[in-house]
Design a protein around this ligand. Structure first.
Ligand code: ISJ
Length: 320
């Protein structure tokens, strides 16, 4: 064990600023620092207990307002909490850790409000899907494994308030699972995880989270549309690629495809433009259905990219 870890002085420590002019302050002993850590741990624990009491009051208010049963998961609120967390984080604790701690806090308090299970499709890779599920929902929320997305959708549909996780890409041999979300009362896509994307995310498998339609707290920044097209071709796929995120799998019929198309609301490209592009590329659109929505994708970059040609911030400020 390392009994003498980090230097105790920080740059704003008086002993450093006065170096040379005054004798250095004696280093606090380890027992003192450990008692500081104990004080902080007890305070954090007390705050978590207090958070639980607030959640109790929140449940009472929701009941009084006649909130329906089912999952207490509020995708809009959670996406905004996670964005704020990432934006305010600083210090030596890795962002991955902070995000993981808060995912467990939020998911577990959601579970305490109204128990739910997470059903996950392991077909695209068991380890990555388990990591994603545990990272976002912790170990208290029950995890139920399925081989293929159809079982996940069926389990969510049959449940009161469970969540389902399905890869947000088409693994080899993928089926058009989203067509099962087309009915008015069928489950819907309500979130895309991770809420905060980055290249080296430790549980970064992109997944759609599905649940019974959310009536309170849905987020509609990106809409997900199920399209059935005829005359699907490489040309149609190429024409669509720059416009929207698309998952395409062969549909019934020789040249048919089922598409799941994600379109940011209020963005440069609306559904009409997607349909017109498909038609111009020789495809016919047979059916269109809204199968959910989620928060806009939030990408965290530790070193924000500069606009082309811009000088680094230090140089612009005239610093050496
Ligand atoms: C607290 C609520 O319910 C859930 C739990 C949350 C939490 O513990 O912070 C946040 C959002 C919800 O998914 C809420 O509705 O605000």
């Amino acid at each position: 064990m390392n009994e003498n870890p980090r230097p105790l002085a920080t740059p704003d420590d008086a002993s450093v600023l006065n170096a040379g002019s005054a004798p250095p302050a004696p280093a606090p002993d380890l027992a003192v620092l450990r008692s500081e850590i104990d004080r902080i741990d007890a305070a954090m624990h007390a705050l978590l207990i207090e958070r639980g009491q607030i959640i109790d009051r929140l449940v009472a208010v929701k009941r009084a307002r006649g909130a329906e049963g089912g999952s207490a998961f509020r995708p809009a609120r959670e996406a905004s909490m996670m964005r704020q967390l990432v934006d305010r984080h600083r210090g030596i604790l890795p962002l991955d850790t902070v995000e993981g701690i808060w995912r467990v806090i939020i998911s577990t308090f959601t579970y305490v409000q109204a128990p739910y299970a997470v059903h996950a499709d392991l077909a695209a890779g068991e380890a990555a899907m388990r990591d994603t599920s545990r990272f976002h929902f912790g170990f208290t929320v029950p995890f139920v494994a399925h081989m293929g997305p159809a079982g996940v959708v069926a389990a969510v549909a049959a449940s009161r308030g469970d969540l389902g996780l399905v890869p947000a890409f088409a693994p080899p041999g993928a089926s058009a699972w989203w067509t099962a979300l087309e009915g008015a009362h069928a489950p819907k896509i309500i979130a895309r995880l991770p809420f905060v994307e980055r290249a080296d995310h430790p549980a970064g498998l992109p997944v759609f989270c599905i649940a019974h339609p959310v009536t309170d707290g849905a987020v509609t920044e990106v809409e997900t549309w199920s399209l059935h097209v005829g005359g699907w071709s490489a040309q149609a796929a190429r024409a669509l690629a720059p416009l929207a995120d698309v998952i395409a799998v062969p549909d019934r019929g020789l040249d048919g495809a089922a598409l799941l198309v994600s379109i940011p609301v209020g963005g440069a490209v609306a559904l009409d433009a997607v349909l017109a592009t498909l038609r111009a590329a020789g495809a016919s659109v047979r059916a269109v259905a809204l199968v959910g929505s989620h928060a806009r994708r939030h990408t965290h970059s530790p070193h924000p990219a500069l606009p082309p040609g811009a000088a680094p911030i230090d140089a612009r400020a005239g610093n050496p």
